[in-house]
Design a protein around this ligand. Structure first.
Ligand SMILES: *[C@@H]1O[C@H](CO)[C@@H](O)[C@H](O)[C@H]1NC(C)=O
Ligand SMILES: *[C@@H]1O[C@H](CO)[C@@H](O)[C@H](O)[C@H]1NC(C)=O
Ligand SMILES: *[C@@H]1O[C@H](CO)[C@@H](O)[C@H](O)[C@H]1NC(C)=O
Ligand SMILES: *[C@@H]1O[C@H](CO)[C@@H](O)[C@H](O)[C@H]1NC(C)=O
Ligand SMILES: *[C@@H]1O[C@H](CO)[C@@H](O)[C@H](O)[C@H]1NC(C)=O
Ligand SMILES: *[C@@H]1O[C@H](CO)[C@@H](O)[C@H](O)[C@H]1NC(C)=O
Ligand SMILES: *[C@@H]1O[C@H](CO)[C@@H](O)[C@H](O)[C@H]1NC(C)=O
Ligand SMILES: *[C@@H]1O[C@H](CO)[C@@H](O)[C@H](O)[C@H]1NC(C)=O
Length: 816
């Protein structure tokens, strides 16, 4: 045996002793010394999750040694030993040598073998439940000190517990390599691992070209990662010290299966989660996720915004290097500083919501803080940017960038990205005069902020005390008697592909709305209440409780909800046609809604509102009725949505009072906006505005009319008095409208927006007035909430211009 040991180090290895080898039984999880695994035999990890053996991918003349998931029908391969070197003959053998090497031989020629540095006394190879094939020395004190492990030599798949990165002691890069194709596990040139820049980061590489990066670890997450969500599947971490630098994730629940795979054909890296219901891998997330994820899609000193076009723009203080190319949309040339740096007198401008630049030319000093970092960067004229290495808590450590800044992404939402300070010449920074003013402003702001802060803390404290008393059990108890189906967070994350940006269909005041597809194929809309939004548990439970009790074809249907940790989700039926505002305020789409359809929508809204105000068991005041809260199904039937602000009353009560005025400017009744008094009549006011918007195709905001600046209500009132109301009609309904019906609608809407609640009709009267030729009282001057209207042209929308969709929900505290 000693003789064989020395022979092992020379290639090719020749096997002399095949007759001594004892074949092993299939039900073990280990191969011990002088045992071997022959074609058709396997070993299985102790709890049966993974299996090791020979397999082929369609062509039996190309067989491989590998590890696969044992308990799922597709038996997906997670690891391949001899990817580039298939076996064509079933007489192949895997055996463990007494030196501690696993050797795969075929016709006495070594096809593949492990490479451990240390020699073993009493080696054994085990297939662990993690899917890791390890060689240990049974005599060694530390059984976790492996002589070799398959996790160090991954194929295209990362499973729970695997580390991707660098073992610095062994100078070993542990990375994923995609298969050349689905039936050829030869490692391709599409890889994913860590590059050891001073500030190390993970790259998806195509050959030696960078293909995608998610940004360096910033102490909280990857700089270009999604906002930290309470993901139900896995925990992840990034570790960086003198011995190793790696990324690792582990499953939260051992009965789940998940894998992360790099794919040369698809050119991506995707995570899948196994679904027991459909017996298939559910697609969970992917990179690249949007065009800005492609490395270097914009040039140097540019940033990429996935949500706007053109995607590439120069950084603040920079201009296109080649304006001609720039204007012809070739934006890979890069940008240069508008004014040269002065070096000594330069300053820094903070930019937020960024994936920080490529870290190739960086310098890291973990021991200094942000202020020292600035000083240090300022001293070196080629230092172009800096920020904290760890943004967790108050922030710590220093990273500086030298030379051009590359592959920066700007996130549309403030939950993502981080701050970067970029160097700019004095002329690009605020002048001294500005500085003095801003100092004064700062002091004022500081005082105001302090006062505000004290108030805010007081209110937050009050709310927290209220929220905390509702422990998780009590939330569940509160929801129990409501009979709302509770969804599993995993079901929803899979349905929405882990809240993929592409699946986002809207952004409400309280958080984004995503489209999703349940495993049965049913489409859903998921409202994800942002943890930063004002909507706390109280509003969440209000909405769930209220809407669960409501059943009406003009109200959107709640399918269920989900609470897990900070995550609060509402699941609704999906409305194919989106919201009403996307039609009536859009120049092109507004043509799709002719007058009969608009009238049908108006009547639907009236019926829905009537049900809320009168017919349901409770009396419900919606408080945030507006065009973006009216959804349209495939037949353009309107459905009122978003009950987060709604209030319910039993008995005869029809009004309430609040010191927390919430709603949307332009739709709020004066008594509500000013005094916080709400009633069914404040809903009627909002309905009046909505009605006017549907007829006119304009938002209730500043409009220009004969040198006057009025809002839509003021404008309508002016034309009504002049008996010119026909001028209000949206041009898209001019051909299809019944003039008397439209005039009746304008009349009703003016009655709905009267100054005093008692002058406004109830929804019962509204439906009567719209549905018959009855005589109506003349409206008095409407009470429109006076908006401060600036006389500047850009705020004053031309009547024929399409208005932008920049609605704002507000929450304000009015003094009592
Ligand atoms: C496998 O090899 C045998 C013998 O060389 C050959 O006859 C057969 O066609 C091969 N099969 C495939 C699928 O290539
Ligand atoms: C089988 O593979 C060996 C090398 O592993 C090669 O020398 C031999 O020609 C192959 N035989 C067939 C039939 O493909
Ligand atoms: C595999 O190769 C061995 C040795 O060369 C030979 O005896 C055996 O017949 C081959 N088996 C097949 C299935 O080709
Ligand atoms: C097996 O190896 C012997 C000698 O090493 C060679 O002559 C023979 O062709 C090989 N057989 C196969 C099937 O590769
Ligand atoms: C690590 O290995 C690479 C080749 O893979 C070599 O170029 C480099 O010098 C090695 N580094 C150290 C520190 O040994
Ligand atoms: C890569 O993705 C393609 C589809 O894009 C799929 O057909 C193929 O099976 C995948 N390859 C691997 C090795 O999983
Ligand atoms: C793990 O998942 C299984 C099956 O989905 C479930 O029954 C079990 O309660 C989960 N365990 C934990 C700790 O969440
Ligand atoms: C980052 O800072 C936080 C808070 O100061 C600290 O708890 C954490 O350990 C730091 N992370 C790293 C990687 O240094």
């Amino acid at each position: 045996m000693k003789f064989i040991l020395t022979m092992m180090s020379s290639i090719p290895y020749i096997l002399f002793v095949s007759s001594l080898v004892v074949s092993i039984a299939a039900d073990t999880s280990s191969i011990s010394q002088s045992q071997s695994l022959s074609f058709g035999k396997t070993i299985v990890s102790p709890s049966g999750t993974f299996e090791l053996g020979f397999f082929h991918l369609g062509n039996p003349n190309k067989s491989y040694l590998g590890i696969w998931f044992k308990n799922i029908p597709s038996r997906d391969i997670v690891w391949v030993a001899n990817g580039g070197n298939p076996i064509n003959n079933s007489s192949a053998l895997l055996s463990l040598k007494s030196s501690g090497h696993l050797v795969l031989t075929h016709n006495n020629t070594v096809v593949w073998s492990t490479s451990s540095l240390k020699e073993a006394i009493n080696p054994v190879a085990n297939l662990l439940d993690s899917g890791n094939l390890v060689i240990r020395d049974e005599n060694a004190a530390n059984q976790e000190a492996y002589l070799w492990q398959s996790f160090d030599y991954p194929s295209d798949t990362m499973v729970s517990g695997m580390k991707i990165g660098w073992d610095l002691k062994r100078n070993l890069s542990i990375h994923l390599s995609a298969w050349k194709s689905a039936d050829d596990p030869t490692p391709g040139d599409f890889t994913w691992g860590i590059i050891l820049h001073p500030y190390p980061e993970m790259y998806l590489m195509k050959g030696n070209k960078k293909y995608q990066r998610v940004g360096p670890w910033n102490g909280l997450q990857f700089s270009g990662g999604r906002p930290k969500i309470n993901n139900p599947v896995y925990l992840y971490k990034f570790v960086s010290n003198k011995e190793e630098i790696y990324y690792e994730w582990t499953l939260k629940n051992a009965s789940l299966l998940s894998k992360l795979v790099v794919n040369q054909t698809a050119q991506d890296r995707s995570r899948y989660v196994w679904s027991e219901t459909t017996k298939s891998w559910g697609f969970y997330s992917t990179r690249p996720e949007d065009p800005c994820d492609h490395y270097g899609i914009c040039g140097a000193n540019e940033y990429c915004s996935p949500s706007v076009l053109p995607m590439c723009e120069c950084l603040k203080g920079y201009k296109p290097e080649s304006p001609e190319k720039w204007n012809s949309m070739d934006r890979t040339q890069g940008c240069v500083l508008k004014h040269p740096l002065s070096c000594k007198d330069d300053g820094f401008a903070p930019l937020d919501r960024l994936k920080v630049p490529d870290t190739k030319r960086t310098y890291v000093d973990e021991s200094i803080d942000l202020e020292q970092c600035k000083t240090k960067c300022l001293k070196d004229c080629s230092c172009m940017a800096y920020t904290n290495t760890n943004i967790s808590g108050a922030g710590s450590g220093c990273v500086m960038w030298f030379g051009e800044l590359f592959d920066i992404k700007l996130f549309p939402d403030r939950e993502s990205g981080q701050r970067l300070y970029i160097r700019l010449p004095p002329s690009e920074l605020e002048s001294n005069w500005h500085k003095k003013i801003s100092k004064i402003v700062n002091i004022i702001t500081f005082v105001a902020a302090t006062l505000g802060g004290i108030l805010a803390i007081f209110f937050i404290y009050r709310r927290n005390v209220a929220d905390k008393s509702k422990t998780k059990e009590s939330i569940e108890r509160q929801l129990e008697d409501v009979d709302v189906p509770l969804f599993n967070l995993l079901t929803i994350t899979i349905a929405t592909n882990n809240f993929l940006l592409k699946n986002k269909i809207g952004q409400g005041g309280f958080g984004p709305v995503y489209k999703g597809k349940l495993e049965g194929g049913q489409e859903i809309a998921v409202k994800r209440l942002s943890s930063r939004s004002g909507q706390g548990l109280t509003e969440f439970i209000t909405e769930v409780k209220l809407i669960a009790k409501l059943q009406h074809r003009n109200l959107v249907k709640l399918l269920g909800c989900c609470i897990k940790g900070k995550e609060k989700l509402l699941v609704y039926e999906y409305m194919v046609n989106g919201s009403l505002d996307s039609f009536i305020f859009d120049k092109i789409k507004s043509k799709l809604l002719d007058w009969p359809q608009r009238f049908h929508i108006i009547l639907g809204i009236v019926r829905g509102l009537l049900y809320l105000h009168q017919d349901s068991r409770l009396r419900i005041i919606h408080r945030d009725l507006k065009a973006s809260n009216i959804l349209l199904d495939e037949k353009l039937n309107p459905k009122i949505s978003d009950f987060g602000l709604a209030r319910a009353f039993g008995g005869d009560q029809t009004e309430g009072n609040t010191d927390r005025v919430v709603g949307t400017y332009g739709y709020m009744a004066p008594e509500y906006a000013v005094d916080g008094q709400f009633s069914i009549k404040s809903d009627v006011f909002s309905f009046g505005i909505l009605l006017l918007e549907i007829v006119c195709g304009n938002k209730n905001k500043a409009l220009c009319h004969e040198n006057q600046t009025l809002n839509l209500v003021g404008h309508a009132w002016t034309l009504w008095k002049e008996q010119n109301a026909l001028q209000l009609f949206d041009s898209s309904i001019k051909d299809s409208c019944v003039i008397s019906e439209v005039l009746r609608c304008i009349h009703v809407s003016l009655l709905c927006v009267q100054q005093y609640p008692e002058d406004r009709p109830t929804m019962t009267s509204v439906i009567q007035m719209l549905g018959s030729e009855m005589d109506m009282v003349e409206p008095k001057e409407p009470g429109f909430f006076p908006r401060r209207i600036l006389k500047e042209g850009n705020l004053c929308t031309n009547l024929n211009q399409v208005t932008s969709n920049d609605e704002l929900s507000i929450t304000s505290l009015s003094g009592r």
